[in-house]
Design a protein around this ligand. Structure first.
Ligand SMILES: Nc1ncnc2c1ncn2[C@@H]1O[C@H](COP(=O)(O)OP(=O)(O)OP(=O)(O)O)[C@@H](O)[C@H]1O
Length: 499
């Protein structure tokens, strides 16, 4: 029997036995499949009325409401009451912490305690409770208000979920590398970056720089509170751009192995968790600093300008292709999505990382070595867009790599010829949002385990996780499940898969 089957059976058992708690003969709290159902028969419900905000103001005979178990943050039996804390939707894009108090007698306590324990088991499932979080705040991330966003939206949710927090601001570029490199990895369960994707990039690299890099990357999970402009990591793993909803998703987050990509350039080796781009995407992102005032629109504007100029970026490209048929890629995605949660995967990975704690060797050498014979040489004379993704969504509504999976050990590579018509190029942009991009004839999709790209020109842009790297030859290879993130599903990204 798999561990997930037994988890499902345990959940069923919890629901079968003592699912309903009746307090003071007037309030019933029932554990449903995915919600807590509250029926309150008390004529005067001062305490409940003041707290949950869901009850009507007039004294009346009965109110009923349901709270999603996912939103339950904590429950506690105090000397004379049961207190349930949860995240309550406050606006379309936010949750805020709310509390319910129910007076209980000494006699009721053992029953209440047993019920409460079931409530918390159902509310957290296999997610670790009371996580110990290292919070890193980039004071210059996005609009420069990461500290305020954290204090206002995330800190109350973490406190209500009884997370232990240790907050530190980054003081200079690269500071997060150093912090992660020196972190006591036994003292924290996760590093939470309040920033854009730049800080997680540094954190993965800092963890990877340690002599026990593999162990550190397997042990400490990384998550992003969306305080930058793109926030790709949050959209993929937590499915939101909202700080409070992301904080809830972190409290409830499942440890998820994440593939990481080694990027070699000359003598350097760095780790990439999100993407590498060359051509139009890299330039639209990195070559538009002069129009930063435009905010997120800057990327779209830069993209359109280059599209209309029909610029090409010639290069030599060789790929270790694993799949290049869109139908096969779709089947691969569907099979992964249908898999059951298996906690043993994470446990075995941690054990293996402890046994051999150093970062894995490069299987294909570096960009300076001879090109492996079996890599497919792809014509790059008229390259328009080379984009390799390790996550699906690059920023809000930009599901560029719908078939991307957190730990299938493959990167998704899109190549588009620079000579396609302007009309097709513009259509590609709109099809990304509507989900038709993947199937377009001019969009070549591959799943690969490694590649090498050598630019022909002298100047240009290469972006790794949104950060600019030298414009010179680079080689990438993927390491299955080397890193760890906190995610909602534990298996797939919060993106629509290929249709
Ligand atoms: N105190 C600091 N002073 C200057 N730079 C910093 C400081 N702290 C962090 N940084 C740097 O800021 C860079 C960008 O970080 P981040 O991704 O958080 O923000 P962003 O670029 O505004 O967001 P996005 O990537 O979404 O556009 C990182 O490379 C990081 O090294």
């Amino acid at each position: 029997m798999s561990s997930s089957a037994s988890a499902a059976e345990q959940q069923e058992a919890r629901l079968r036995h003592d699912a309903t708690l009746v307090i003071d003969k007037a309030v019933s709290l029932t554990l449903g499949g995915d919600s807590l159902l509250i029926v309150d028969d008390r004529p005067h419900r001062k305490s409940a009325r003041g707290c949950c905000g869901l009850c009507k103001s007039k004294a009346q005979t009965k109110t009923t409401h349901a709270i999603s178990l996912y939103n339950i943050l904590d429950a506690e039996v105090r000397p004379s009451s049961l207190v349930i804390t949860y995240a309550q939707p406050s606006t379309k894009d936010d949750v805020s912490v709310a509390t319910l108090h129910y007076p209980i007698s000494e006699k009721e306590k053992p029953t209440v305690e047993a019920w409460m324990s079931n409530l918390l088991d159902l509310a957290y499932g296999t997610a670790q409770r009371r996580k110990r979080l290292k919070i890193l705040i980039n004071p210059f991330g996005g609009k420069g208000n990461a500290a305020n966003l954290y204090q206002k939206y995330a800190a109350p949710v973490f406190a209500a979920g009884r997370c232990q927090v240790d907050v530190q601001s980054t003081e200079y570029r690269g500071h997060a590398i150093q912090i992660a490199e020196q972190l006591d990895i036994d003292a924290y369960d996760a590093i939470i970056c309040c920033s854009g994707d730049g800080l997680p990039y540094e954190v993965f690299n800092g963890l990877g720089k340690r002599s026990n890099g593999r162990e550190a990357l397997a042990k400490v999970a990384v998550a992003l509170l969306p305080c930058g402009s793109g926030n790709g990591m949050t959209w993929n793993c937590l499915g939101t751009g909202s700080n409070s909803i992301a904080a809830l998703a972190i409290v409830k987050g499942l440890r998820t192995p994440l593939d990481l990509v080694s990027v070699t350039q000359q003598n350097t080796r760095t780790l990439s968790f999100l993407s590498q781009s060359f051509g139009i995407v890299a330039e639209s992102d990195l070559g538009t600093d002069n129009i930063r005032w435009m905010g997120a629109q800057r990327f779209t504007y830069g993209f359109l300008v280059r599209l209309l100029q029909r610029t090409i970026w010639p290069c030599d490209l060789a790929i270790k292709v694993e799949m290049d048929d869109k139908k096969v890629i779709k089947e691969h995605y569907a099979a992964f999505k249908a898999r059951e949660e298996d906690l043993l995967v994470d446990q075995n990975r941690l054990e293996a990382a402890k046994q051999s704690p150093a970062l894995p060797e490069l299987q294909y050498g570096t960009v300076q070595d001879d090109l492996p014979q079996d890599w497919e040489v792809v014509p790059g004379e008229t390259m328009g867009n080379f984009y390799a993704g390790n996550m699906a969504i690059m920023s809000k509504d930009t599901n560029f790599f719908p078939a991307s999976l957190p730990n299938d050990g493959l990167m998704d590579i899109v190549t588009i010829d620079g000579t396609v018509s302007r009309i097709t190029s513009v259509k590609m942009m709109t099809e990304i949002e509507s989900g038709g991009f993947f199937d377009m004839d001019d969009v070549k999709m591959r799943k690969a385990s490694a590649y090498r790209l050598v630019p022909h020109q002298k100047e240009g842009y290469i972006s790794v996780d949104g950060e600019q790297v030298p414009f010179e030859a680079f080689q990438c290879e993927i390491h299955q499940g080397l890193g760890t993130v906190l995610s909602k599903s534990g298996r797939v990204y919060e993106a629509d898969g290929p249709r």
